[in-house]
Write a protein that binds this ligand. Sequence first.
Ligand code: FAD
Length: 274
Amino acid sequence: MSRLELKDTDYYYCRWISPKKTGPEYLSSSGTVIIVKGEHVCGRVFYSSGKTKVCIVGGGPAGFYTAQHLIKACQDAEVDIYERLPVPFGLVRFGVAPDHPEVKNVINTFTQTAKQSGCSFYGNVNVGKDVSIQELQQAYHAVVLSYGAEGNRTMGVPGEDLAGVYSAKDFVGWYNGLPNCQQLRPDLSCETAVILGQGNVALDIARILLSPVDVLKKTDITQPALEALTKSQIRRVLIVGRRGPAQIACTIKVLRQKRKFVRGKSDIENVFQP
Ligand SMILES: Cc1cc2nc3c(=O)[nH]c(=O)nc-3n(C[C@H](O)[C@H](O)[C@H](O)COP(=O)(O)OP(=O)(O)OC[C@H]3O[C@@H](n4cnc5c(N)ncnc54)[C@H](O)[C@@H]3O)c2cc1C
């Protein structure tokens, strides 16, 4: 376990990413101190505890399941989860539809994992920017990368970047409260919406667009999204699929729910290219 040497130490101060205060400085359970200058993380000091230390990058389901199994398999392991966002649970929080709370129940299991004495969660740490993989490798016996798949895929067709065309990821992030999607403010003033692609996410979005507002009110959908959907003029959603109904990439449960959308004269149609 190496210790990073700091230069010009008077210039830095220690800010603690863990609530465990152990003296004049704040130390995390695994003895990690982040050194910040203003708002910028400038360096770190790592103190060896002699235990097996594992660092997990990304606080989504993959990260938490990894932590859960590591702690179960290795009782004295110290597991630190670094997450770019201030809050944990990745796409369970920001992807799964708000009217599917039972899917989000897994958060309870993750919370139990986070409460284990060998596990620490550090939000607001952007690995690659605030701390490098090389630094983590120096400080931990193992570094697990579980940072999800965040990029948008483009189709490479003309018009993709026109106003009123949104990526599903951004649209879902908008109604789920993902901080960097709150500026999206989608235009819902027309009667028909078209969704390209026929999977669970397409049906999630169709359901959110067409569900009665009274149903959405009972979910944890964000207030701005609820207000926008209250004013929405969308009554018809077309889901366009490249292949036929047999290739729909939906779970049976989500497909069955498609039949329940009723909002005034609302309807969902699947459009398949033969
Ligand atoms: C719209 C939508 C709906 C879905 N609905 C369902 C559903 O109903 N049921 C179901 O089972 N699955 C659903 N899924 C799939 C499920 O959410 C994903 O399979 C699962 O979240 C993937 O887990 P993960 O940990 O790999 O990635 P993520 O959940 O994406 O977590 C990755 C985490 O890593 C963090 N991260 C990224 N880069 C860095 C970095 N540089 N430094 C630190 N942290 C970083 C991210 O902020 C994120 O929190 C849905 C997905 C989407 C997009």
